[in-house]
Design a binder for this molecule. Structure first.
Ligand code: HEC
Length: 151
């Protein structure tokens, strides 16, 4: 029994210890001129959906949830934000070439169609970010239309 107590203590101390390692925060009040919403005529309903479901990981501004105060959850989210942003940053949309825009639009359509985005590890806690079938269709149709214009 004693060994379990020792392990429990070590685990507790480790858990407290990792709380002191902070993460970089992805926060900015500035919405750059290159933002997806500013350079395209995006219907309000789609704007709201993208902000709610995608912008936390694919923009320069994450609305941090309460659990971001707790490690290792904050590290996990930080990883997703860094990786998500490097693949696609809606704030910097207009700095992409026409070809890259078309390829990102194709990729957005594919990710939404196949239920891969938003990430399921995220929607588990953020139920507001879940896209209904109707919302998916609305986003996909809009992105298809944009892609048509870009070609
Ligand atoms: C919790 C964070 C998170 C959320 C929310 C999220 N993504 Fe992602 N996204 C990622 C990560 C991490 C990657 C890179 C790894 C991967 O593909 O799984 C990624 C990759 C992508 C890619 C691939 C980019 C490429 O060029 O191949 C697209 C497109 C994308 N996401 C679109 C979206 C859209 C659209 C939404 C909202 C409906 C969304 N994502 C919501 C984290 C997120």
């Amino acid at each position: 029994m004693k060994i379990f107590k020792v392990i429990a203590w070590i685990a507790l101390i480790a858990f407290v210890g990792i709380q002191f390692f902070p993460t970089d925060r992805n926060e900015s009040d500035l919405i750059p001129q290159t933002d997806f919403m500013l350079v395209n005529q995006v219907p309000t309903s789609i704007q709201n959906q993208l902000k709610e479901s995608c912008y936390d990981c694919h923009s320069n501004n994450t609305k941090y949830p309460w659990y971001n105060k707790i490690q290792p959850a904050a590290w996990y989210l930080e990883d997703h934000v860094k990786e998500g942003k490097s693949e696609l940053n809606f704030n910097e949309w207009d700095s992409l070439s026409r070809r890259r825009k078309a390829s990102k639009l194709r990729s957005i359509i594919k990710q939404v169609e196949s239920d891969e985005m938003p990430l399921s590890s995220y929607t588990l806690i953020h139920s507001d970010a879940v896209l209904s079938k109707a919302q998916q269709t609305e986003i996909i149709e809009y992105m298809r239309q944009l892609k048509g214009e870009a070609n």
